[in-house]
Structures are given as C-alpha cells and as structure tokens.
Design a protein around this ligand. Structure first.
Ligand code: ATP
Length: 375
C-alpha cells in the first residue's frame, strides 16, 4: 500500500536565521494508494517544497511524513520507494538512453539481465525502443522527458513524484505528454503526485487536486468538485479559465425577498441590484443583511440584445474571438469589469449596452472578510 500521509507537515527554510522563511505551514493531507494527486497553486505557494519533502530532498522541519505505515522523515531518499521526474529532465548527456535509464539500477546492483528487461519494458511503454543507443542531445524535448519518465519507471517505485515535468515543452507537446502520463498512471497502477502551476494540467490529470496558497492547503477535491463547489474565493478564482467574476456588494432581506446589490465603484454610477432565486435566497436568509461577494463564471452569464424583466445592463468594451467561443469584456454601469463567454457568432458591437442574466443555480456567494463561501 502506497498511501502517502502528511500530518502537520511544516517547512521553514533557514530556521532561526534572519532570512528564515516558512514555506509550508502544518499541512494535513492523505494521498490514497494508486491515486493521481496534483498539487497546484501560484509560484511560491510551497508545492515544490512539499514534493521535495516527500522525496527526501528537503529536510522536514515539523510534522510527519508516512508512506504506507512507515514514518519517512529521516529515511534516505533511495529507501523511500519513490522515484522523481524533474522539470529539467536531469539526464546525463554523455550516456545513451539505455544507460541513462539503467543508471539507478546499476547503482543498486540490480543483475544485468534484470536491468535489460526493465529498460526494454519501459522503452516499449514510452515508444523509445528504437532510440536506446542515442544520446540525449539527439532527442526532442518530448523524447527527453520520456526518458526521464522511463528512468523512474524502471525503478518500479511505489510512488512517482513529478515536479512540473512538462513546463519546458511547447504547448502541443505538453498536451500530448499530459495524456501519456495519464495513460501511464492507468497502466502502472501506482500512486502519483504531480506538481504544476497550470490549472488545465491539474484539471485534466488529477483524480484529486490539492490547491495551495502561501504554504497552506486551500481545498482538496476532485476536479469537477473544485470547479462546481469552490470553498473560497482563491480556489474559485484559480480554477477555471477565464476565472470566475467577483462582484463585491451586499445581501439584503426586504419584504420577503432577498437581493444582492453591487457595491458602488465611483460613487455616481448605478450599481446593479438583483432578486435572488430560492437557493441563494436561502443563503441570504441564513446570513442576514451583510457585505458579500457575488461570484459568477463567464460561462454562466447569458448575454442578450433585448432587455428582460430582471436583466441587468452592461456595456461591451472588448470582444475577443477564441474560435469556438467568444469572450466579451464588459463593464457594469457601476464601472466594474467582468468577462462573459458567448457563442462565436454573436452580433454584439463594442460600445453597445447589453442585457445580462446570471444563471443563479451556478452562482456562489462569499463572505467579504474571510473570502469563504457562504452556504
Ligand atoms: P514555483 O512554481 O515557483 O516553483 P512553488 O509553489 O513550487 O513555486 P516553492 O519552490 O515550494 O514554491 O517555494 C515556496 C517558497 O519558499 C517560495 O517563497 C520560495 O522563495 C521559498 N524557498 C524555496 N526554496 C528556498 C530556500 N532554499 N531557501 C529559502 N527560501 C526558499
């Protein structure tokens, strides 16, 4: 069983010194046996540090790390049953692909024919069989990354660790390698932990995704759960592209109805006010009149030429055709900018006033102070 358990795992770089920095803050997480777990978050959030602590490349300064039933805090990297694939491939330029893949096995004194069997098998899985005599410089970036993966496979680890392995590849190659790694996970049936700052990679590859910010875990969930049910504004804004729109304002209860009113921006404009439908009304009723943030994704805004009974007005600033769809950059009458996703063949003109309806089933309300979702 290769469950990886982090309990109050903590990392302070240069503890006690003037430049000490706490990069990971007592995080708790269980990565299940055979799970594909993605760590995602902006640069500096602590995802690589966490992965490197699991790998044994970075000293753990607090808490415990378990793989299976064994506490690994002080176990040498080579004895943890893990193999890591790095962003820069870390291949030996003077060695052939075969020797690059065989290197770790030779060090651990694996018998020759066993090495050959394992390298041949990994090469076959990765489509590298015909290239085993080549040296890394005779390979494309994607092929080099495959060799780096091959070097991990031959060690038959319980846990694979990937540190932004695709970030040096061009966009097309990244998409291809993404599916290859997912396929590999299905085939090898191993626990995989994958670090990326790319939310699309996270969404498409992860069984579950752990979103990090400032050394903390913001939410751990399955991809669609994160998209549909974000627990805070950070996750809501990080997952989804273009990101969720946020309108600061306030909830009001009045005469048996509940409303959300956008905050004024310049002081002299007309903020929108909408009546909340039953499930948002129930939240407002529970929370009472208070400041809140109204969160709606670009794909959950209906844009129309014609004014409806409770539509709100906005002015079209920029129209950005993306091929299959178009992003409309709009401003509310209070001057707040936001994005709506519409069909490619729309007829809206820049400068025109359009009329919106929010799909309230998909709207999230957040506490303005804590940025946590209101339920
Ligand atoms: P990136 O995607 O940029 O690699 P990350 O989320 O993986 O970001 P980490 O590399 O884990 O972030 O770094 C987390 C924080 O710890 C950053 O603020 C970084 O500057 C700091 N840090 C990393 N390594 C060290 C170090 N050796 N000494 C001091 N601070 C460090």
């Amino acid at each position: 069983m290769a469950t990886v358990t982090l309990s109050k795992l903590d990392k302070t770089y240069s503890p006690g010194k003037k430049d000490s920095f706490r990069a990971v803050k007592e995080i708790d997480l269980e990565i299940r046996d055979k799970e594909f777990m993605v760590f995602v978050g902006p640069s500096g959030c602590g995802k690589s540090t966490t992965l490197r602590m699991i790998a044994g490349l970075e000293e753990i300064t607090g808490g415990t790390l378990k793989i299976g039933d064994q506490i690994m805090n002080d176990v040498e990297p080579k004895n943890r049953g893990i193999a890591m694939v790095f962003q820069n491939y870390a291949l030996y330029p003077h060695m052939t692909l075969f020797d690059n893949m065989a290197f770790g096995l030779k060090l651990s004194k694996t018998p020759r024919d066993e090495i050959k069997r394992r390298v041949d098998e990994a090469a076959e899985i990765l489509g590298l069989t015909s290239m085993l005599d080549r040296k890394p410089k005779a390979l494309s970036g994607g092929q080099r990354q495959r060799v780096a993966v091959g070097r991990a496979i031959v060690r038959k680890p319980d846990v694979f660790l990937f540190d932004e392995p695709l970030s040096n590849l061009d966009a097309k190659m990244r998409v291809q390698m993404r599916t290859e790694i997912s396929r590999l996970h299905a085939r090898l049936n191993a626990t995989m932990i994958y670090v990326t700052h790319d939310q699309v990679e996270a969404m498409t590859m992860g069984d579950r995704i752990c979103v990090m910010k400032d050394g903390n875990i913001m939410q751990v969930d399955e991809p669609l759960q994160l998209y549909n049910d974000p627990q805070n504004m950070f996750v809501a804004g990080f997952i989804g592209s273009p990101p969720m729109n946020f309108f600061p304002g306030s909830l009001q209860l009045d005469g048996g109805y509940a409303y959300f009113t956008e905050a004024e921006e310049g002081g002299n404009e007309q903020p929108f006010k909408i009546r909340l439908e039953p499930h948002l009304k129930a939240i407002a009723a529970k929370q009472g009149t208070q400041p809140a943030v109204f969160g709606v994704r670009p794909e959950h805004i209906e844009v129309s030429d014609t004014k409806g009974a409770d539509s709100i007005d906005a002015v079209l600033d920029v129209s950005e055709p993306m091929g299959a769809e178009t992003y409309l950059y709009l401003n509310t009458l209070a001057g707040r900018s936001f994005i709506a996703k519409v069909e490619a063949d729309h007829a809206f003109k820049v400068g025109q006033t359009v009329h919106l309806k929010f799909n309230q089933e998909r709207v999230a309300l957040f506490d303005q102070a804590t940025e946590q979702v209101l339920k």
